[in-house]
Design a protein around this ligand. Structure first.
Ligand code: NOJ
Length: 709
């Protein structure tokens, strides 16, 4: 399709129509409702509806075909609708939540998740997914940390990129791939006090240095769309922020794709207090360079009038509309408006055995073993008791899994029973439900598994918590069990880091996040030692909410904490240590790995040279397993203050007992520089520490120098 010629043939209203996204029920009354909210209240004329450019959410392939047919029948130019949806960690086969996925420290798995999600979703009639969420997240009170890849810019960048590659493949025209819309641009994860939609006030330096990396990497990987965030940045809502949408996105990053608002966020600039009404909101949106308006009607009702008044140049509309038409062309929709939707094939591929088995494997890599005092893996013939709400809960999918059906999941009781005998089971989290005879049964067991944590409705969008302890009475319940059980293994389901001090006396502590459709089986695989845990934390776990935000890659300050406390005027708390309870990059295995002394090929380099760091890793324990070797770098002196350490590379390797490998890390200029306030990459010569280890705290150090030219 010659999209430029097509554009010329459109009326102004038709062009503006392309910039509107509404829900499927506007076209077909009985269609599936994903996120309806106030959408229902929009007063659109039939003409406006049948000029709209895209659709938010759809039930399945049949429905997509029905809506597309209804639309094309009415529309003058027969320009197909694009169907966009939130396919976040799976379509019907649900994978671990993104924060869990990041714990795998294995971006290839993220690509696989995205690939399978794309296959299932595309076959079911979806063209664009609103994923990945690349918002750097350092505040576990914020409900949406569950959708993020955690606190580290590098890890976030690696996972965001991997997801885009998995969704989009080589060419989004190919069957069974999706276009990826990275979100929420920008710095949404910095919402003050961890309250969703709240104010963001971030320096330009931290914006470019910390927060942009995820979006930047997704765009470098070819993401076709980007979604604006709900927050303000420098006082201007991201949705109408010209600095973000034009100066950075188009001019600095050369992004050619489509920009889209978040749900109703153009209209919400009125509540932000930067526009009087929808008309002014439309004006600001166009001036900023915003293409698609999701779920509000500022553009469709006012842009034409604003052009007539000379306040908007119609060229801006042409450009936005052309970008949307080009996306339709790239997706192949002009050739076949129904192209991906195959309701018959969907029956075979969606939630297939093969996909579920991948989900199970991936879940085992996303679960993190935090404590193990010799009790895991479970030994054959042990008498096991199982208690707590997740003993029988099937809600392991976690938030943002619209098409996933928890009812189809096994629960932990069922999954364990496939393998071992459970001598006592009680899913209650009410202390009154544990009577004398229950406690006796717990006492008689060799080991008690306590499966607890947040419900899947306690994290996700708008689900923030000021207190991030185990919810309800679970801490008290733990104490009761601790008094009676011989050994206790605590398994925690959650969408965020929780404050775990009250349960670290567990004989083993396993952090399952929300592990997806096959989560219960994955946990059983790990408990029984059929798979060796290898997950590592992508966020620091605070001891107390008062430490938040707590992240490992902080600045040194002028008065860094001095453990000897000889100088009392340093940066610390009187009542809580500075350190996390569990650090970034931490996670245990059933085997023991030994990391040898790192050896450098040389100690000095110029910007065009490279240094090789070689290190031996040996599996010294009895079981095969995977370890993640992490490389951190510190730049001691630069024009700006630099973090005390930053992750720059990692390698995950599987080793048999007694097997040893030599890992090579190549140190090059992109690991030594930083993004400045203008978003430019700067490299300064000087001294750097290279630190290598298996978490962010136990590290071996080597020094290198980047020479002046
Ligand atoms: C609101 C959320 O913030 C965003 O992540 C999502 O993609 C849209 N709604 C569409 O459902």
């Amino acid at each position: 399709m010659n999209t430029k010629a097509l554009l010329k043939s459109l009326t102004r209203e038709e062009k503006i129509g392309q910039m509107l996204q509404i829900a499927p029920f506007f076209f077909v009354k009985h269609a599936h409702v994903e996120v309806a909210g106030h959408l229902k209240a929009l007063n659109l004329t039939k003409k406006q509806i049948f000029e709209a450019g895209s659709v938010l959410g759809i039930g399945n392939g049949h429905e997509m075909i029905e809506v597309q047919e209804a639309y094309l029948k009415e529309s003058r130019h027969k320009i197909p609708l694009i169907f966009m949806a939130d396919i976040i960690h799976g379509y019907e086969t649900i994978f671990p939540v993104p924060l869990g996925l990041a714990s795998s420290f294995n971006p290839l798995l993220a690509s696989k998740v995205a690939r399978i999600s794309a296959l299932e979703a595309a076959t079911s009639g979806i063209h664009v997914t609103f994923s990945p969420m690349a918002d750097l997240s350092r505040d576990p009170r914020w409900g949406r940390v569950v959708e993020s890849f955690g606190e580290d810019p590098y890890l976030n960048g690696q996972f965001s990129q991997a997801m885009v590659l998995g969704y989009q493949g080589q060419n989004i025209k190919d069957e069974n791939y999706l276009a990826s819309c990275v979100k929420h641009y920008a710095a949404y994860g910095k919402s003050e006090a961890g309250r969703d939609y709240n104010t963001v006030d971030v320096s330009r330096l931290s914006l470019h240095y910390d927060h942009m990396e995820g979006y930047r990497k997704a765009i470098e990987a070819g993401a076709k769309l980007i979604m604006t965030s709900f927050n303000v940045l420098d006082g201007i809502p991201a949705t109408v922020n010209r600095y973000l949408l034009k100066d950075v996105l188009r001019d600095l990053w050369n992004f050619k794709g489509v920009t889209i608002t978040d749900y109703d966020s153009l209209h919400q600039v009125i509540a932000h207090g930067v526009a009087e009404d929808d008309r002014e909101a439309a004006l600001r949106g166009i001036h900023a360079g915003l293409d698609i308006e999701m779920a509000s009607t500022c553009y469709v009702n006012y842009v034409s009038e604003l052009i007539d008044q000379g306040l908007i140049d119609e060229i801006a509309i042409d450009q936005a509309c052309l970008r949307i038409l080009d996306l339709k062309e790239e997706l192949g929709l002009f050739d076949n408006p129904f192209k991906h939707a195959h309701p018959e094939r969907a029956l075979e591929v969606v939630r297939s055995k093969e996909h579920l088995s991948e989900s199970r494997k991936i879940a085992t890599e996303s679960i993190v073993l935090l404590e193990n005092k010799g009790v895991l893996p479970l030994k054959k013939g042990m008498k096991i008791a199982l208690v707590g709400p997740y003993a029988t809960s099937r809600e392991t999918n976690g938030p943002w899994s619209w098409h996933g059906n928890n009812a189809l999941n096994l629960n932990l009781f069922e999954a364990l029973k496939e393998e071992i005998e459970i001598t006592y089971m009680n899913p209650s989290e009410a202390i009154e439900d544990y009577h004398h005879e229950d406690l006796l049964a717990i006492q008689q067991a060799d080991l008690l598994i306590f499966a607890c944590g947040e419900s899947m409705h306690e994290s996700g969008e708008a689900h923030n918590r000021a207190k991030i302890s185990l919810p309800r009475h679970q801490e008290k319940l733990y104490q009761l069990f601790k008094e009676h059980a011989k050994k206790i293994v605590t398994i925690i389901f959650a969408g965020r880091p929780l404050t775990l001090e009250p349960v670290i006396s567990s004989d083993a502590l396993m952090y399952a996040w929300f592990p997806g459709s096959e989560g219960a089986r994955a946990i059983s695989d790990l408990l029984l030692g059929q798979v060796n845990p290898s997950g590592k934390l992508p966020m620091s776990f605070p001891r107390h909410e008062g430490q938040i935000p707590l992240y490992y890659n902080h600045l040194n300050t002028g008065r860094p904490y001095d453990e000897t406390r000889k100088n009392p005027f340093t940066s610390y708390y009187l009542d809580v240590p500075n350190t996390p309870l569990y650090p970034f990059g931490y996670g245990l295995s059933y085997t023991t790995f030994e990391l040898g002394e790192p050896i450098l090929s040389k100690a000095e380099m110029t910007v065009d040279e490279k240094i090789e760091l070689k290190v031996n890793l040996k599996n010294c324990g009895p079981l095969r397993g995977q370890e993640v070797v992490q490389l951190y770098i510190r730049d001691h002196v630069a024009w700006i203050a630099r973090p005390i350490k930053e992750l720059k590379a990692f390698q995950k390797v599987m080793l048999e007992p007694n097997e040893e490998v030599t890992l090579t890390f190549v140190i090059q200029k992109d690991m030594l520089g930083y993004y400045n306030q203008e978003g430019k990459f700067i490299i300064e010569p000087g001294h750097f520490d290279l630190m290598i280890g298996t978490d962010s705290t136990r590290l071996m150090k080597r020094k290198i120098t980047l020479k002046k030219e």
